[in-house]
Design a protein around this ligand. Structure first.
Ligand SMILES: *Cc1c(COP(=O)(O)O)cnc(C)c1O
Length: 216
């Protein structure tokens, strides 16, 4: 799988330039909108961590693939409605989009009920673009505290920087906010900017189109 090898090599190179270990950076292959025949070559090449942005789409697609590859890890990278929280906790191994008090309540309840404590990233509204979702920067400490109180394991911060402008300052800001809050994992960087993100400390890059080609 040439694309996979290429992306992994670029991640590893950026990590080394930054004096980091390549193994510290998890590649989340964002397979949203792509069906099993497009996903299978990545599985065959050894990729095991995948990202989806819709609960229903992932529910339709992954159970069969997981039967063949039981060690697959699924990450939810898209906005989550509170009424899908229980389904998300059942299906996903990591949630990148915890961004508001109502979702803390719903996920806390779902984890309590199922006993599955799914690691979560708090998504930060790093460019003050409300429509993208994300917790306002000033509200991160309070959301983190309430998530912990609800028994949700918060492992780090996630962001989607504004489109069309240099992402590096936003990645650097996310890293600073994470440090200020004692969090050490950073979900940042997509097809266009994952190398920059790795240079600035990303532990998880979410790469879709550079692996799968453009979405239809
Ligand atoms: C679709 C998506 C990605 C992947 O984007 P590409 O530009 O295709 O790499 C990453 N993160 C989120 C939250 C997404 O919705």
């Amino acid at each position: 799988m040439d694309q996979l090898e290429d992306i992994r090599a670029r991640i590893d190179k950026s990590a080394r330039i930054a004096g980091r270990k390549p193994a510290e950076v998890e590649l989340v292959a964002v397979s949203k909108t792509h069906e099993a025949p497009a996903i299978e070559p990545l599985l065959a090449a050894g990729q095991r961590v995948f990202g989806e942005n819709r609960v229903q789409e992932a529910q339709a697609k992954w159970p069969a693939l997981r039967e063949a590859y039981p060690d697959v890890k699924l990450h939810l990278v898209g906005q989550l409605q509170s009424n899908k929280a229980e389904d998300a906790v059942a299906l996903f191994d990591c949630i990148h989009s915890l961004d508001r008090p109502s979702l803390v309540a719903a996920l806390g309840k779902a984890m309590e009920r199922t006993g599955r404590r799914v690691p979560c990233f708090i998504q930060v509204d790093i460019g003050e673009e409300e429509q993208k979702g994300g917790c306002p920067i000033g509200e991160v400490p309070a959301l983190l505290a309430s998530a912990r109180e609800a028994g949700i394991p918060v492992v780090g911060l996630m962001c989607v920087p504004p489109a069309g402008i240099e992402a590096a300052p936003f990645f650097a800001l996310l890293a600073k906010i994470a440090g200020d809050n004692g969090l050490d994992q950073l979900s940042m960087g997509m097809s266009e900017d994952f190398e920059t993100a790795v240079l600035l400390g990303a532990t998880h890059v979410r790469v879709g189109s550079a692996l799968f080609g453009a979405r239809g």
